[in-house]
Each structure stands twice: as structure tokens, then as C-alpha cells.
Design a protein around this ligand. Structure first.
Ligand code: BDR
Ligand code: CA
Length: 303
């Protein structure tokens, strides 16, 4: 099966690895990349999306989207993803200019392509997708599948005790998207924390000899350097966003549970936290994963 898709993203070290996997895999037909502010500002996430495509020699259309969340201030996480959003890994410049209408691009593409044929793979805050739902509901209803990295369901958060970055960065957008009744698979921290890269995995990527594997190794090594971890897990790092592509490639790696989810819209650091709620539309939530098999699939795809 070919996955015809639009990738909505805030690159971002792990976004970049995810996009490289998709660009390298013949299973993906990438119609465009839409960008959102999240890990870093919109100018930089958009520039980075173009640079990742340039490395791969692929003229995928890039469209800049939301410069900030629907209703609150954005985060600055430069300490994890570096001042350039890509951990200082030197990607080539893009020769093509991005567009500036992510939501219009999403709406036009979904309206033009057969209903149900286009997947939307989200790796960042859900601001663009919420605007699509609000401003172009007929187009949003034509999405074949949303696969979204975000949230923590039973596991702890990574912003507040229960909130995860992509949901916390724009809780109102997450609330709109999770309440829209779209066909949706959510890939939360519960599973992404189990898909972990080790120094041996980086060595395997260096040895693979493809640009996408080499740059993924450099990105993951930059992630090791930008985060200090002690105790269990110190010798590996989670591959959050690549799990979206891995789900699309091989859904059998993941176990899903259907549930409705409400979103904390309060003022605390737990804004964006998810709580199972039977009154909300059901989404499929990944709650288990074969972690080492997923990493092996990632390395094979990049190699
Ligand atoms: C998510 O937050 C971002 O920092 C990563 O790119 C990923 O999308 C993980 O919580
Ligand atoms: Ca991301």
C-alpha cells in the first residue's frame, strides 16, 4: 500500500529523522509538508523542512503554517533541539521557496484528491489541523487517517506531570482535533518512550552509508548531547516522531485501544494533559509497541 500523505511538522531533531524515513521509503507518497511553530519558531521549522528535502534531492512542496498556538504563548525548547532546531547538524540549504498557506494547502489537496485517500501525519502541535477543522470542515472530513504523535495517556508527561509537549504547546488545538470525530491514531509518550536509539544504533546508521542514515545518526547523537539523563534509560533516547512513520509503515508493531480523550485547558503546566472520557469521540490510541523491532524497522528504512 502506498501512503499518500501530508506531513505536518515542527522540525525538530526527531521530526527530521521521521521525515528522512518517509522521504527514503517508497511506501510514502508525500504530497507536501506543512510546518508549525513548536520546537522552534515557524521561520526555522519551515527552513528546516526545506533543508531536509534538499538533502534528499526531493522537491516536496513546503508550506508554512501557524506561527503560534490558537490561544496562548508558545514554548521555546531550543535547549533540546538547538538554536537551529536540528541540533547543529548541517543540512544543505533549500533552493526552493516555501509557500505561506499551510491550511489552504491542506484544504486544497484534500478537496482535489479522492476522499479518504490522503493521510495527515502530524509531528508537532495541532494548530494547523485545528484551523483546517474549523475553517474547512468539508476538507477535513475527507482525511483518510490522521496519525499524530502527542499526549501521554497512562505514562507521565514531559512538560507537566501529565502533559506532553505537542498537546501542551496548543491545548485548544488538541481539544478541537480530538473532538472532531476524525479517523485518528494517537501515538503518545506511552509508546514513543519504548522506541529508543542506542549508541550501537547510531553506529549501525553511520555504517549504512546512505545520506538519510548518516544524518539520522548525527541528529540522534546531537539529541544525546543536548539532554542529560541519569538512571534507567541513560544509554538511549526516545524516537518520538519516527513512531508516526513506523505506524504507517507497519501498524502491527503497535497495539491500539479505542478511547475518547478530553484535554486539560487550564492555566497550569498540565495544560494539554489527556484524560480518558467516554463522552468524547473515540480515537485509536497506541498503548503498546514492539520497541526493538520498531528501531530495527527504522534503521532498515533509513539504510
Ligand atoms: C514531541 O515534542 C517535540 O519536542 C518532539 O519533536 C515530539 O514531536 C515529543 O513530546
Ligand atoms: Ca515534533
Amino acid at each position: 500500500m502506498t501512503i499518500r500523505c501530508i506531513i505536518d511538522t515542527d522540525p525538530g531533531i526527531d521530526d527530521a529523522v521521521a521525515i528522512l524515513l518517509a522521504l527514503a521509503s517508497p511506501a510514502f507518497d508525500i504530497l507536501g509538508i506543512t510546518t508549525v511553530a513548536g520546537n522552534i519558531g515557524i521561520t526555522t521549522t519551515t527552513r528546516n523542512a526545506g533543508r531536509i528535502c534538499a538533502l534528499m534531492g526531493r522537491p516536496v512542496p513546503v508550506q508554512a503554517g501557524a506561527a503560534g498556538p490558537l490561544a496562548r504563548k508558545g514554548f521555546d525548547t531550543a535547549e533540546i533541539h538547538g538554536a537551529d532546531g536540528l541540533g547543529g547538524v548541517a543540512f544543505p540549504a533549500s533552493a526552493t521557496l516555501p509557500g505561506a498557506d499551510a491550511v489552504g494547502f491542506l484544504a486544497e489537496t484534500l478537496t482535489r484528491e479522492p476522499a479518504g485517500s490522503v493521510w495527515v501525519l502530524t509531528l508537532g502541535p495541532l494548530t494547523n489541523i485545528a484551523r483546517l477543522v474549523q475553517d474547512h470542515p468539508e476538507a477535513a472530513a475527507r482525511i483518510g487517517q490522521v496519525v499524530a504523535m502527542g499526549g501521554a495517556v497512562r505514562d507521565r508527561g514531559n512538560i507537566g506531570p501529565r502533559s506532553e509537549f505537542n498537546m501542551a504547546a496548543d491545548p485548544e488545538a488538541a481539544d478541537i482535533v480530538l473532538g472532531a470525530g476524525l479517523p485518528m491514531v494517537l501515538i503518545p509518550l506511552d509508546v514513543t518512550r519504548q522506541v529508543r536509539a542506542t549508541p550501537d544504533d547510531c553506529a549501525a546508521l553511520h555504517a549504512a552509508g546512505t545520506p538519510q542514515a548518516e544524518f539520522s545518526a548525527r541528529l540522534i547523537e546531537a539529541y544525546f548531547q543536548s539532554t542529560t539523563v541519569t538512571g534507567p534509560g541513560a544509554e538511549s533516547r526516545p524516537l518520538h516522531d519516527p513512531c508516526v512513520m513506523l505506524y504507517a509503515l507497519d501498524p502491527g508493531l503497535f497495539g491500539l485501544e479505542a478511547m475518547g480523550l478530553s484535554v486539560d485547558l487550564g492555566p497550569t503546566r498540565d495544560a494539554g494533559a489527556l484524560t480518558p472520557d467516554a463522552a468524547r469521540p473515540q480515537v485509536q490510541v497506541a498503548t503498546s509497541v514492539q520497541g526493538r523491532a520498531a528501531v530495527a524497522r527504522l534503521i532498515a528504512g533509513l539504510a
